[in-house]
Design a protein around this ligand. Structure first.
Ligand SMILES: [Zn+2]
Length: 424
């Protein structure tokens, strides 16, 4: 191992900035999932002179995939001089909507001081650029390395990853037979290793009733009152039970060490009036009320148990409460994922952080989820982490930015990790 690699990375400071700007300037908003082909072509062209052979893969038939907005992904692979392990860096190329409150051009890539601004700067084009620069510098410094390096740019992470990493996993790209170590440079911070994430269960609960004239509600059965009973049971039984549990996963922030439940939406009775509609309400007892819930799940719980707990609560109401009936519909589920602290990719990045930054790496886990779920569940590859530069709280915010020094530091850590994994 050599400090020559670090010098090569530092000499690429301007290139790293320009690459990050170039990526930001390709607007890849999702929805609708635009310019995926453009950014994949850009990444393939960028990596080709460094000996990477790129393949473009369209997730045909994935949610959102259409001829207007095809879900393109790119996987670029650089073979070493001898057989050895494959290290894969995966970055999602999509960014969320711009939103209000920007004082900078969201797709301009403006540089001021140590910061590059733009939608996706932090989440996660800056991290992807850092990995690319680390890999290119490593290949130049150690052309005789053993094994292979892969860099992928993937679609749709912000909308569940079905047109991106899930598709690649199904097609065998993350098969442990061909990939050994996966590093996802999401913005968790340059001295933290993200081992995984909580799971999630999304469902719609509908309470039903019977329509009647609003002046004689006793002739009907109010679905909204039944939903009130559900919400009351959440308050008295479910929320206290959730708050009393704690995970051993190192989830940040601390409040997310307990399982959580968010009620996303409630709809019942008459439809809401459009703006400007001055008509008066009709007099009806509502026969339907629906809520959507977002239950985040700990590794120790599992998704099935979380769903069963809600079902049991609803069944309890059905047995106790006159006229109570419900429908429960699962909308989506994500399994919790956590890589072991002694997995090879974890110990390698940990040692690289210590050598490069002189810091003891902190282990964290994400309260939400990211593409690790697909690599774990579909790909059956359990040696995967998120490690990358950036301040997580800036993700999806106006005036999102990435620190240039942080990117260089993370790039050095990733370069050092490649030395540890791929030098004979
Ligand atoms: Zn992200």
């Amino acid at each position: 191992m050599s400090d020559a690699l670090f010098r090569r990375i530092e000499a690429r400071r301007d290139d790293l900035i320009a690459l990050t700007q170039d990526l930001i300037r390709i607007p890849t908003r999702n929805p609708p999932g635009e310019n995926y082909r453009e950014i994949c072509d850009f990444l393939a062209a960028r990596l080709a002179p460094h000996g990477f052979a790129a393949e473009l893969i369209r997730a045909e038939g994935a949610p959102g995939d259409s001829d207007a907005h095809p879900r393109w992904n790119v996987v670029a692979r650089r073979e070493g001089k001898a057989p050895g392990p494959c290290v894969h860096f995966n970055g999602h190329v999509d960014v969320v909507t711009v939103g209000e409150g920007w004082t900078r051009d969201p797709f301009g890539g403006e540089v001021e001081g140590d910061r590059i601004y733009g939608r996706g700067a932090c989440d996660m084009k800056g991290g992807l650029a850092s990995a690319i620069v680390a890999a290119e510098a490593f290949v130049e410094e150690h052309p005789d390395f053993a094994g292979a390096i892969e860099i992928s740019g993937t679609a749709d992470e912000e909308s569940g990853g079905w047109g991106g990493v899930a598709h690649l996993s199904r097609e065998g790209w993350f098969d442990p037979e061909r990939v050994d170590h996966v590093i996802i440079p999401e913005p968790l911070g340059k001295d933290r290793i993200c081992l995984g994430h909580r799971g999630g269960w999304w469902a719609e609960i509908e309470t039903t009733g019977r329509i009647a004239h609003g002046s004689m509600p006793f002739l009907g059965d109010c679905a909204i009152r039944h939903m009130g009973a559900v919400l009351q049971a959440f308050e008295t039984d479910l929320f206290p039970a959730l708050a009393a549990r704690r995970t051993d996963m190192p989830v940040i922030p601390d409040g997310a060490r307990a399982p959580t439940l968010n009620i996303n939406a409630i709809h019942g009775g008459e439809a809401e009036r459009a703006a400007g509609d001055t008509s008066l309400p009709a007099h009806n007892v509502p026969d339907s009320c629906r809520i959507q819930i977002d239950r985040r799940v700990l590794l120790e719980e599992g998704v099935d148990a979380a769903a069963a707990e809600i079902t049991a609560l609803l069944e309890g109401l059905k047995s106790r409460r006159d006229g109570f009936d419900y429908r429960l519909r699962e909308l989506n589920r994500v399994v919790p994922s956590m890589t072991a602290e002694d997995a090879p990719v974890v110990t390698t990045i940990r040692a690289a952080i210590a050598e490069t930054l002189g810091a003891e790496a902190a282990f964290v886990a994400s309260p939400g989820s990211y593409d690790q779920k697909h690599i774990d569940r579909i790909g059956a590859l359990r040696n995967c982490i998120a490690y990358g530069p950036g301040v997580l709280e800036l993700a999806h915010q106006p005036d999102e930015w990435i620190g240039i020094t942080d990117m260089l530091d993370a790039s050095r850590v990733m370069g050092r990790a490649l030395e540890r994994l791929l030098l004979p």
